[in-house]
Write a protein that binds this ligand. Structure first.
Ligand SMILES: [Zn+2]
Length: 115
């Protein structure tokens, strides 16, 4: 279950940032993830709650924000958002392969709130 490993590393980063900034009460972290990471936000939230049970992070929550998949056509250079990574036909010239990935693989913590 890959959400559990991700939840563990997110919790670790939040704890480090809290310590660095002298925060003791964690309230919320915004996690930005790309469509291609195949993260299920509900599963990640549940995993995060498991990882953080009985820790100082237990009362906080994750705010999940998905970055949609965007590519640039390898032939006509138009930007478009394919439905998924398996079917990437360019709506302008119908080319299916050779596109350049612009976004969709992100995974990072955008902000952490606490006091
Ligand atoms: Zn094209």
């Amino acid at each position: 279950m890959h959400e559990l490993a991700i939840a563990e590393s997110i919790a670790g980063i939040i704890q480090q940032e809290m310590d660095k900034n002298g925060l003791v009460v964690f309230s919320e972290a915004r996690v930005v993830y790309g469509q291609l990471t195949a993260i299920v936000p509900e599963a990640l939230e549940v995993a995060f709650q498991c990882v953080c049970a009985n820790t100082s992070l237990a009362d906080g929550k994750l705010e999940m924000e998905m970055v949609p998949l965007r590519v640039e056509c390898g032939k006509c250079k138009q930007e478009f958002g394919p439905e998924n990574e398996y079917s990437m036909q360019c709506p302008y010239c119908q080319t299916q392969i050779g596109h350049r990935l612009l976004s969709g693989k992100e995974l990072y913590i955008a902000s952490i709130e606490g006091s």
